[in-house]
Design a protein around this ligand. Structure first.
Ligand code: ADP
Ligand code: ZN
Length: 723
């Protein structure tokens, strides 16, 4: 028997299938989609079996496979095919497409092997009639009256020595059972009676299936309940479901809502799980022990069979696009590909749909469904926009008088507050007030971030760090200014204004410990705290009934990012966080502090005018030839020798110019982070409407540079960020 093996070598030169001979003793175990160990040159490598052949069709003598890694298939035929499509769409290697589908514990290069855990159980062996037992031994044997298998821990609790004796006498026979690391709550199937709006949406989805739907529903309109109802319907038909949520809103709260309704039918894949736990969850999916998978981007590859529906919540989130490394895929596109295979529907949900998806819904490519009202029957919370240009004259801190008095009111009523510190892309950095000197990473050309606890400046790309001094290294004045706001700093200020209130800070630092995030949410829900202060983490997916005030401390930071989507991202972030207020019986309120009160991305949040925003932003996109009117492709050319790289980038640009008509080709220009770890980066940006000529040309370019190690070409189709 001969097999074609795709070898797992991340080197870009090798993305090919090689034939190997299967030794007789392994033939019975060979299947397409398992991994094997093969000799490759002087190395031994891991690879995927992609084809089984009857005979050797070349004259070369083939090498033997060394061993087999998996008993069970790790990539089924659907995923094997999907990988090939992905490869063609993203122009990455086939092997990288397969690797991204599998949990980290299965990756060869990972090094740390994750073990499967086992529990020991016993079953009764043969007992001849003349065997005699003492009372402890009898007690142990009694455990088997109603059970075939009894766990070791239970028997040990009766008597270890009796257990050992029974094992020695072959009365008890050991058996191993896999032990999954994640524990499950009991189902209590909490089901809500749906509103008539919700019911209508649910039946629309079911009756028009298969199709791709955009569920455009305001925050608190009950989208999550709709998802669960649809999932339940497909469950009753014996079909499975995939639910994608952004990592940031994959909170314990969200998972618990699904757990309460579906119990152990769910596998949840999120970053708080260890590699071992993820591996266990993945094996439950492969074995068909779960019917619902909920997870972030890569959960779209969950090896479920017979899928009934794929749901993508917070569809507008940029987390669905993998921007680095290859394959630079978009989970929404993968969802649609998988839905074609399974002949099932995709539901894209959002209160602020991305322009691309809304434009398609308006054109009729996707079916538009609408939930215009909140479930609680109330209108959306009133939004007050505070002009900080005026406020800064009155007070020197980060809080306007209006926000302070509103927090005060809220605390008096024993209600809760969420405060958002918008830090997207920016953090605390230090400049000199005298000469304007800013501390930058010597290798990466980005501002260093100030870490108060260690009094150091650190680079968030490469980890470079240095101590902070009082004097400016450039002009020697003692005039360093800690610019940018950190959550710690705002927390201190808040503590000074409201000394008796209990403040919970939630950011990357405070949630990094396992279980910390979960505990914070639980504590805040139980009103152990009055104010939840945090970064983007507090903006999405949270549902607290006692929160009646949401304050945005600095609405502008996300507006200033050099990216054509900055308005869209700002509008969407502000609308999302506003939606955390007044979700239950009590009426909510929102205060947004900004230096740009007249910018439409901020002013239109006040009236929750998504469609107004959409129209205005679409007009700008059309003028500037951006998506959704044009497709984008970013070609990044990088390497250590800046002038060589720039020269090659220019050559690439000229060749594109010669070969592509009706393309707008920009650059080469410096990436917004020009240097990372001493690697210089140039971008060439393409805008186009028709890509048919583009792919073969890019394949040629990739092929040409493949063997030149001092230059790297990265291609990102429809990038989520233009940095
Ligand atoms: P969205 O996902 O649109 O923000 P959710 O599904 O989180 O909305 O619903 C908002 C709140 O309303 C949640 O607390 C949810 O439990 C509750 N809710 C949703 N649908 C119903 C319903 N039909 N009856 C009662 N409460 C509901
Ligand atoms: Zn650096």
């Amino acid at each position: 028997m001969i097999v074609g093996v795709l070898v797992e070598l991340s080197n870009k030169n090798i993305d090919k299938i090689f034939d190997y001979n299967v030794p007789v003793e392994l033939i019975s175990k060979i299947k397409v989609g398992i991994r094997v160990i093969v000799p490759f040159g002087r190395m031994t490598l891991e690879g995927f079996v992609l084809e089984i052949k009857k005979s050797n069709d070349s004259n070369v003598e083939l090498k033997n496979i060394i061993s087999i890694v998996d008993e069970d298939i790790v990539l089924n035929s659907e995923l094997l095919e999907l990988g090939k499509t992905m490869r063609n769409k993203t122009l990455s290697t086939l092997i990288s497409c397969y690797q991204v589908m599998l949990p980290k514990a299965l990756k060869a290069k990972n090094g740390s092997v994750v073990n499967i855990k086992y529990d020991t159980y016993y079953r009764l062996g043969n007992i001849s009639p003349d065997e005699k037992f003492n009372s402890k031994q009898n007690e142990i044997i009694k455990c088997f009256e109603n059970n075939d298998l009894v766990s070791r821990s239970k028997l040990v609790s009766i008597s270890l020595s009796s257990l050992n004796t029974l094992i020695k006498r072959n009365i008890l026979v050991a058996e191993k059972k896999e032990h999954y690391r994640v524990l499950y709550k009991e189902i209590n199937n909490k089901k809500k009676e749906l509103t008539s709006d919700q019911k209508e949406v649910v039946s629309s989805i079911i009756n028009n299936s298969p199709d791709t739907f955009l569920l455009y529903g305001v925050t608190g309109s009950g989208k999550t309940e709709v998802y669960m109802e649809v999932i339940d319907y497909y469950l009753s038909l014996g079909k499975s479901s995939i639910v994608l949520v952004p990592e940031i809103s994959l909170t314990p709260q969200m998972i618990n809502r699904f757990r309460e309704r579906f119990g152990d039918k769910i596998a949840a894949l999120h970053s708080a799980l260890s590699d071992g736990e993820k591996y266990d969850e993945w094996r439950r999916i492969v074995r068909g022990e779960v019917s619902i998978v909920i997870g972030a981007r890569s959960a779209i590859f969950a090896p479920l069979t017979n899928v009934g529906v794929i749901i993508i919540d917070e569809e507008h989130s940029d987390s669905y696009k993998q921007s680095d490394p290859n394959p630079r895929y978009n989970a929404k596109e993968i969802a649609i590909l998988r839905s074609k295979y399974h002949n099932c529907s995709v539901v894209l949900g959002s209160a602020t749909p991305s322009l691309e998806v809304m434009a398609r819904a308006k054109k009729g490519v996707f079916k538009l469904l609408n939930l215009p009202n909140r479930v609680n029957g109330k209108s959306l919370p009133e939004v007050d926009i505070i002009d900080m240009n005026n406020e800064m004259k009155k007070s020197k801190g980060h809080f306007s008088l209006k926000l302070i008095s509103s927090i005060e009111e809220c605390l008096e009523k024993k209600e809760q507050v969420i405060l958002l510190l918008n830090r997207r892309g920016y953090s605390s950095f230090i400049t000199c007030k005298n000469c304007g000197y800013t501390f930058k990473c010597p290798k990466c050309d980005i501002s260093l971030t100030y870490h108060k606890s260690s009094n150091t400046l650190r680079c968030h790309y490469c980890g470079y760090g240095e101590k902070v001094y009082d004097k400016c290294p450039s002009c020697s004045e003692e005039s360093l200014n800690r610019l940018g706001v950190g959550t710690q700093k705002v927390e201190e200020e808040l503590n000074n204004i409201f000394p008796s209130s209990k403040i919970l800070r939630m950011d990357f630092d405070t949630t990094s410990k396992k279980g910390a995030h979960e505990k914070m949410i639980e504590d805040f829900k139980n009103q152990k705290y009055d104010i939840l202060l945090g970064t983007q983490m507090v903006a999405k997916g949270l549902d607290f009934s006692q929160v009646t005030l949401v304050g945005v401390i600095n609405a502008d930071t996300s507006l200033n990012i050099p990216d054509f989507r900055s308005s869209e991202n700002t509008f969407s972030l502000l609308s999302q966080v506003a939606g955390r207020s007044g979700r239950s019986e009590k009426t909510g309120k929102v205060i947004i502090q900004t230096f740009n009160p007249d910018h439409y991305a901020i002013s239109m949040v006040k009236s929750y005018d998504y469609l107004g925003f959409y129209n205005r932003e679409m007009y700008i996109r059309k003028q500037l030839k951006y998506p959704p009117y044009y497709y984008l492709c970013n070609i990044r050319v990088s390497g250590k020798d800046a002038s060589y790289i720039f020269g090659e980038a220019l050559k690439i640009k000229r060749s594109l110019d010669r070969n592509l008509n009706n393309f707008i080709i920009l650059g080469p220009s410096n990436s917004s982070v020009f240097k990372i770890n001493n690697i210089y980066r140039y971008n060439i940006i393409l805008k186009y409407k028709d890509d048919s000529l583009l792919y073969p040309l890019l394949e040629k370019i990739i092929e040409h540079y493949k063997s030149i190690s001092k230059i790297k070409i990265d291609i990102d189709f429809n990038p989520s960020q233009m940095l």
